[in-house]
Design a protein around this ligand. Structure first.
Ligand code: MG
Length: 266
């Protein structure tokens, strides 16, 4: 496995935050904000940050592939890089763009490095707190270089988490709507990176997800897994970003996730 220096990724995130993202925080002009794919927000900071991430990450492994959320919106073919027997970076330059546009505090830079189906490294950086979290395959999950371990609740009635509100197949929709009542609290951060970190820490317990764009989930999945959490799709398989699977449960433990699948009858 290629050795990535943690300081290198930290420096890249710190500098892009300082030069590109934070100067636009609560300071976006109308011309900085656009819509893509119909209704998703994108800002000049998302686009500029992704270009800079690509330039810097490809310097670390020059032959690697690169898949970025913003590049994908204009060229869907880039997903083919996952099929190649090569290292591939996946980047979400700003996770939580809607929060960023509204001047709210939860948004993050997310990066992952994979080879074929294996996620090797991931990073989630919180610009406002200058806080780096990372995970390394089979070595663990870390916040500011301190190893963390998840903890969980036993029953759904004690649990706090989120349920995606859009993009569900009709066959699940009624059950998904009712499922909300099973939990102590269902509330989204509108920034899935923050949710993955809190699930890893055991401060939240689950996320029930639809429409799985790889840049939204690859970084957080490795962090959650290495912290001791579990993930299962609606075919009872772990998340696989190469195969197209649309629904996923991430939670503190496998037993907890199975209770949710049981409620959904899948
Ligand atoms: Mg984004």
């Amino acid at each position: 496995m290629v050795n990535i220096k943690q300081e290198d990724i930290y420096d890249i995130c710190f500098n892009i935050s300082k030069k590109i993202i934070l100067p636009k925080y609560q300071n976006l002009q109308d011309e900085d904000i656009k819509y893509k794919n119909g209704s998703d927000l994108v800002t000049s900071a998302d686009i500029a940050a992704e270009k800079e991430l690509k330039k810097n990450l490809l310097k670390i492994i020059p032959s690697s592939g690169f898949i970025g959320e913003e590049e994908y919106s204009t060229n869907h073919n880039i997903l083919k890089s996952y099929q190649e027997d090569n290292y591939c970076w996946t980047v979400d330059p700003i996770d939580g763009t809607t929060n960023f546009v509204k001047g709210r505090d939860k948004f993050a830079i997310m990066i992952a490095l994979s080879k074929k189906e294996k996620i090797l490294y991931s990073w989630i950086y919180k610009p406002l707190e200058n806080l780096m979290s990372h995970a390394i395959y089979s070595e663990g999950s870390f916040i500011n270089n301190k190893k963390i371990k998840t903890k969980g609740v036993n029953s759904l009635g004690e649990a706090i988490g989120s349920i995606s509100t859009k993009y569900w197949d009709e066959k699940y929709w009624d059950k998904i709507k009712k499922l909300k009542n099973e939990f102590a609290e269902v509330k989204s951060y509108r920034c899935i990176g923050y949710e993955y970190l809190d699930i890893g820490l055991g401060q939240r317990n689950f996320a029930i997800l639809s429409k799985l764009s790889p840049w939204d989930h690859i970084p957080g999945i490795l962090f959650a897994r290495e912290a001791g959490c579990s993930d299962i799709d609606f075919n009872h398989k772990p998340y696989n970003f190469i195969k197209k699977n649309n629904n996923l449960i991430v939670g503190n433990s496998k037993e907890f996730n199975l209770q949710i699948l049981n409620k959904l009858g899948v």
